[in-house]
Design a protein around this ligand. Sequence first.
Ligand code: SF4
Length: 804
Amino acid sequence: MMFGRRAFLQFAAGAVGGTLLSPLPWKLADDSAIWSQNWSWRPSPERGPITKKATICTLCEGGCGIRARLVNGNRAVLLEGNPEHPINRGGICPLAASGLQFLYAPYRITQPIKQTQKRGEASGFKPIPWDEAMSELLDKLVNLRTGGTPHAVACITGQGQGSMRDLWQQFFDAYGSPNFFQMPSHSDSLKLAAFLTLGKEEPLAFALEKASYILSFGSDLIGGWGSPGRMLALWGDWNAAQSENKTPSAKIIQIESRCSMSAAKADRWIPIIPGSEAALALGIAHVMVKENLYDTSYVATNVFGFEDWTDSQGKARQGFKSFLLASENSLEEASRRTGLEPAKIVELAKDFATQPNAVAVWGKSRDLPEKVHHELAFLALNVLKGNLKSQGMISLAPSVPLGPMPQVLADEVAQQGLARKSLDQVKAQDIPLSRKSLYGFLKNLSEAPSYPIEVLMIHEANPAYSLPGNQVFQKAIQKVGWVVSFSSYMDETSLQADIILPNHTAFERYDDVIGVPGLPQAYYAVAAPILPPQWNTRHSGDVLLQMSKNMGGSVADALPWKSYDAFLQDRVKGLAASGRGAVAQTSARQLQETPEGASPKANYKDGADLWKKLASGQCWYDAPQNPLQLVQSPSGKIELAFQSLQSKELEAGKDEQCLPNFSSIALSGNEKEYPLTLVSYQALFLSHGYLPNPPFMTKTLWDFILRNDDSFVELHPETARSLGLDEGNRAVLKTPAGECIVRVHLFPGARLDVIYMPQGLGHKAYDQYIQSKGANPNELLEVQMDPVSGLGTAWAARAQLRRA
Ligand code: SF4
């Protein structure tokens, strides 16, 4: 059955409630309804008046506006996109369309529970009252402070950039532990690229709404890059313009080894050797420089380190231009690294250089940092195009002037705890821009930690499942004295906990969204609950505030709010006091059309008024900024030779260390034993992070992705033939990290000798509708530490595949 570009977009953006041009989604919805009739927990609402409540979706960081349809005001029966919201403009992704299954799920933890047997025994959890659970946690935290070891407390929280992250950080600063970690994210390494190039460690933003030519280096533009809601709305625009033969419509060139959904829907797919995207970026840059196709006047005026330069000691240093023109970065070398004909690289370079509003975007996954030098190669290509300027294609996302957190006056115990190195940093290494690394923390903890972790708190994160190379978490947790989970669900990580203090789900609590990944405008929104809590759960923010209050002293002073809602209202009051920005109102495109520097006139009276507007599902926004006015690099210019990157290698005269460059990742394992490469990919139709794939989404999977309980890997027909495998065969997939059973799907869009496996299946926890469905590639992948940042990067592993 054909599932064309229009049908796909209609399905994804309009989801179940939208106008669908293909009968396929209806069939899937119908199948789902039949299938779900056997669920004891299926929603069977009583009849009654229907109302709608607008709010913001926080199932991912996309910042979309949604509306819940309620029966009798107390039963949610549908989530749909809010057509008045400027990010998603009425669209909704499959995850949010299925989102009510998280609210009414049978695998929810409905009250505090405590492990009474050994960790990992699901049947060992027994209910305990909230007061008892809270005082057990409080006793442990107080005792560790009394014993002078507050640094023995650690926390892993999810990727969210909302105020909950700031509240955790405030708590750890006041309590006295440096061991606060977030799940890894692409923005970790992207911000470092911004720091080295512009001198500001802030998120990069891309003005894709005005792009006419997009060179996408492996970014799954319709599969979850940046804000999926924004990208789906944009694809809808481009598609409509193209089919109606109107301009502007962006031409999209998708560069990646696999024919992903984005590649199939792009104007052109350029298949390359997996992992060589940054080499192609440098190859294109080489051609632009060699043939004088770059923006010469922009580079001459605004860029440092393009030409060779002299450092403060008078030493001659190599610039980006001579590095690019050196033999190790020749066109032939780029061709060898990427598997592309030189003529094709030249053609891409000429197209990119000559098209107006052309931009290069990159990032294979929202969840994984990339090598910093590779981030810099993609950014350098945009610098050569002159994209970082007033009204340009790339800027820094403006900050949101929320009310500040109170100053932490750390007491003596806290000062001593904070003086300890965090557990990821205790080993002496030459990591020039070392950043908090969850991998580093877990690795050190699992090996020989220099001090023990007595209490580990885990909030909205499921590292036991979703961290590539997740075996490191399993090993590390054995070394932890006591594990507290704040999860709403019995996920793989909660199973390992000693006690679970369940959070409300996303639709039962207040939360906020600070900025949208990749969006040039400042953005802030408040997610208000659509219903009161359905069970005996508590907002983790309220638990943290209560805990701080009971501790008293400087900890209580640092977190003075009565409730999490009050904390958010305080932040919004500060935002209103700044007088900046406005609330987006009726026009769905108002936000995107705001020009740089033209801050909209405030349309709220005060903090209370702004809160009221935000809590009703509207969002605050402000104008984009001119990156050239923000530069704070050592040279005062955009740098292509990074003076902030000091390392031993650099001191030894290896100038390429402070230039954008490419190095292929040397995967471990014997090439003879593991002749293939396993590449894992993320897709919009499979949830792969903290939240599992809800049963509705699983039901909509093609039977060449999941059949019964086996997940499929994609293999080129020729590769399959050479291995004696055919469509649907069961096979053993093995990497140096582990092995699993899969089925084979023959896919001509796969590269020879590469195995592609989706993220999001293979759960071992939750319930019968989620667990044991397929295999989890995170158990097979290899993680390598980036030498610049110490962040864990992962995209592949050497592999073998044989008939089961
Ligand atoms: S893209 Fe993210 S924020 Fe938007 S509707 Fe989907 S899950 Fe929610």
